[in-house]
Design a protein. Structure first.
Length: 278
């Protein structure tokens, strides 16, 4: 399979615009926020834009795309009204994603804020059970987290515990964020094979659907979560070369969320392509 690589793009001008921007910088996929990352109303999806996007994608080899939930949503907040808002947003986002069927939607599980992870895991699963339906074509991804504060999803075991409590778990997958797992204490620099073996043992490698490809401003095990541009952080160029060429990972879609504007992403995509061993 060819290298599926893209970056996070602004959704303000719609799907076709994102696909055109992606193609112009050598990408064949992209990620976007479904609405303002701080929450709030989403712009209505325009069916004409979707149709134009699908035609352009087919002609230009744009592969499966990844929507990202606003990162302010907290599915396991102590306050019920915060959880209710997160659930309503998730339901609305998934409904909108069904207008571009067969793609993926990624979210941060949330922070348990002194309730403890067990209660939080129940709340997250409860939300997914309320929202997921058998007809759904969108794959919903839980993201591996850095373990900042009381974040849930800092270990593979926590993600597995959520999946185990979801009835329609065939609709779920995992997005592995390289910066987050490094910061959470999984050694993707020196022991990538071991990390992936552990992922397989705990969650199952078939659940791994996407990779957020980010370097890290902070050292291994720091529980910080600050992304760095490719090759300029604590993960470094050599480890990133191993990640994008690893037999278990190489056919997955990779999404850059490095601190960049579009021209910077174009440079990183060209650099990563030069590192691929086909």
């Amino acid at each position: 399979m060819s290298f599926t690589i893209g970056c996070h793009l602004s959704a303000s001008k719609g799907f076709l615009d994102m696909a055109q921007t992606a193609a112009s910088i050598g990408a064949n996929t992209f990620q976007f926020f479904t609405r303002n990352p701080r929450g709030g109303q989403a712009k209505p999806v325009d069916p004409a834009d979707v149709e134009a996007f699908q035609k352009f994608s087919k002609e230009n080899g744009i592969n499966v795309i990844l929507a990202h939930a606003p990162y302010t949503l907290n599915f396991c907040a102590a306050r019920p009204e915060i959880r209710a808002f997160a659930r309503e947003t998730l339901a609305d986002d998934i409904k909108r994603m069904e207008m571009v069927p067969g793609n993926m939607y990624n979210f941060h599980p949330g922070s348990h804020v002194q309730q403890g992870p067990e209660i939080a895991i129940d709340f997250i699963a409860e939300t997914l059970n309320a929202v997921l339906t058998p007809e759904l074509t969108t794959t919903v991804l839980l993201e591996t987290m850095a373990g900042k504060g009381s974040e849930v999803g800092r270990t593979f075991e926590e993600l597995r515990a959520i999946i185990d409590k979801v009835n329609l778990s065939d609709k779920l997958g995992v997005c592995l964020d390289t910066c987050h797992v490094n910061d959470a204490g999984y050694d993707v620099v020196n022991a990538l094979d071991d990390v992936l073996e552990e992922f397989d043992k705990v969650i199952g490698i078939d659940r791994l659907k996407a990779v957020h490809l980010n370097d890290s401003k902070n050292p291994f095990g720091s529980h910080k979560d600050r992304h760095e541009t490719i090759g300029n952080g604590h993960i470094g160029a050599d480890a990133i070369k191993r990640i994008i060429n690893h037999p278990t990972l190489r056919d997955l879609p990779f999404f850059l969320e490095t601190p960049n504007e579009v021209p910077g992403y174009a440079q990183e995509i060209a650099l990563l392509k030069s590192w691929r061993v086909e």
